[in-house]
Design a protein around this ligand. Sequence first.
Ligand SMILES: O=P(O)(O)OC[C@H]1O[C@](O)(CO)[C@@H](O)[C@@H]1O
Length: 540
Amino acid sequence: MTASTTTVTVDITDSRLAAAAAPLAARLVEDKVASKITAQDPTLWGAEAEQEAAIRLGWTTLHVTSRQLIGEITDLHTELQADGIDRVVLAGMGGSSLAPEVIAATEPVTLTVLDTTDPGQVADALAGDLTRTVLVVSSKSGTTAETESQRRIFAAAFAEEGIDPASRMVVVTDPGSPLAELATQEGYRKVFLADPTVGGRYSALTAFGLVPAGLAGADIARLLDQATAAANQLSDDSVANPAIQLAAAFGAAHEAGAEKIALTDTGSGIVGLSAWIEQLVAESTGKHGTGLLPVVVESAEAPGFTDAGDDATTVSIGKITDHPGAAAIVTEGSLGGQFLLWEYATAIVGRLLGINPFDQPDVEAAKRAARTLLDGSASSTIAPSAVMGSIEVYASSGVSGEGSLTDLLRQFVATVPENGYLAVQAYLDRQDDASASLLRAELAKRTGVQVTFGWGPRFLHSTGQYHKGGHPNGVFLQLTGAVEEDLDVPGLPYQLSTLQLAQARGDAEVLTDRGRPVLRLHLTDRLAGLAELVRAVQDL
Ligand SMILES: O=P(O)(O)OC[C@H]1O[C@](O)(CO)[C@@H](O)[C@@H]1O
């Protein structure tokens, strides 16, 4: 069935899935779920979720309410340009960076996104021309450790160059947050107070999405126009509503055991939307032992997509022209429209799965474990269970650490349960160690299991919720690496690499406590270690 086309469409090309989705779609229409979401009815997700939902539905009207930001953002952009400040660096995690990254890449305009604690990657951003740089510090809570560390590091670097840090800091945060207070005290150049009734991952069209992208030069008015054009369609209580179709298809697929979405965004002209969808869907639905796990793949020809089994639904953002029908579901439309489509669909899936799509109950556990490790970091060094070339092995239960690296990986992959998944979590430099991401397809091709890839700590604010709270069938391959030059975090008693390692070990502790197998490979030489690892995977 194909939704009537205005600005966004959902085409369920798999006729069996379309048939299974139809009764669910009819029920959603009967329950008036779409119009109730638009009207911000907090009762749709049950009594337990009601309190939170009551303060999390502001996203349904952002295409209207965010218009007031356009003038302010445009004025600041013009002012910065006039001062010769045309390089925008964004410090922000998850919902505070994924949307502006897609908006900027799609436009395209240049935005340096720093959602990392990797010292090398941060050092590269610092090495850019600071005289032309503005740092956008984005954090809804105003307490996120990665963002706060970057703010401190950049403030010190500006001062060292003889630049007044306050003149180069633009803050996006919720009213009353510690960051809002600090920005006022320090006299930061501009503070945008975001709409507090919108959660991080639904905030693409708030100041969190619009300020960094707009300062980088993106046409944010057009984005809001695109969302406006899709809004009526998405609030319509009709089976032709693409959000109802998408949610009903996911609900039906999940009921039939397809708890994963193999997602590719080739062919749409939108760049990198799947990373934004990944956070929205995984963090919203992956809890209480259920949920949908997005498996972001490189293309429609990638392993995990072409050979997806019964545990995954294939979805493409944009038509796959050479192979129509290669994806079970195709969504099309403008970026603004797609943001709203996926937000509606995810909220509706939350209702179908019986969970609250607005909380992230398991993220805090890993943050706590990392903090504990940071507090006692000096005494918490541990010895590897084996050393293989440039790789130190830190194995949890079920893996002996004996034999070659290929033997070790074989043993580890054998711990993936039927219809489970293998998550590669690379706490490395997203630019300089980019080749690590090739491991996803290589592992998927050679093992036949669904494999996800995430950069740490970025994924902790995305799929990290699902890993700990979703279907309990994941196994986790962590990659950490030696650091050539560390960075102090001014005013805090640790260096950036200590935070990075504490985040990896903290998450591993929580995963292990929950019975999930974790294998950490530490690359004592990143380049050589990655090459050794790729070779070992190719021998699987
Ligand atoms: O904007 P903040 O408060 O820094 O949070 C960043 C991210 O961290 C989380 O709160 C938890 O991972 C996400 O939901 C959010 O997008």
